[in-house]
Design a protein around this ligand. Sequence first.
Ligand SMILES: CC(C)(COP(=O)(O)OP(=O)(O)OC[C@H]1O[C@@H](n2cnc3c(N)ncnc32)[C@H](O)[C@@H]1OP(=O)(O)O)[C@@H](O)C(=O)NCCC(=O)NCCS
Length: 189
Amino acid sequence: MYSKIFTLPRKSGQVEVFLIRRCTVTDLSDIMDLQLNIYKGLPDPGLYALVDESDIEESLQEDYCYGTYHNGQMVAFTMMIANRVSHRNYGTYVGYPEERLPDCVSLEITIVDKEFRGFGLQRLFVQIREEEALRHGAKESLVTIAPDNTYSLNNLLKSGYEIIETRPLYEGALRHILRKRLSWDGNTD
Ligand SMILES: CC(C)(COP(=O)(O)OP(=O)(O)OC[C@H]1O[C@@H](n2cnc3c(N)ncnc32)[C@H](O)[C@@H]1OP(=O)(O)O)[C@@H](O)C(=O)NCCC(=O)NCCS
């Protein structure tokens, strides 16, 4: 079970120690609380589509979910839908045939508590999930981002993702769909 300590700096020079570990169903209520707090603090609720508790619970059992902890408190969370056949596999959003879905992981939630932004946690979460995806034989990774979510979009572009489509998703809200072809070479820094 993934569990690793990271000492991360901010641009200001502040350094903090974080534990990142795989989450289980026992973490569900902490995840729901963090998601709601972060959602309430958004300048524009259109930037982030709340994920249902039932989907998060399913992913805690079937997919890959990671929490970041600072002094024992969850301060960030992320989730990746495994390369499995499901309507939740983003390959279905771009019309992949069912036989291509086992090649494809989907990066879903990433949320970082306001107090802990700027430590590069989103990009670290991308790297951790891509490595997990490669270990499970995935060949590509997809993610959806609101076009106005500049912080998130920049992080994914810097991580090697490319916009392949822009269209309404999630009850009509506009989203970019980004893709990266996965290989160990691109994930070894
Ligand atoms: C997107 C998000 C996960 C990025 O968090 P992060 O990984 O800590 O961000 P970074 O480390 O890349 O931050 C880089 C810089 O942007 C700033 N920043 C990051 N997100 C910011 C935000 N939402 N508002 C204002 N500034 C932000 C950081 O403070 C940092 O500033 P600095 O360079 O002056 O120190 C975080 O903003 C967030 O949780 N947003 C709400 C939920 C969301 O939109 N999730 C993504 C859905 S696809």
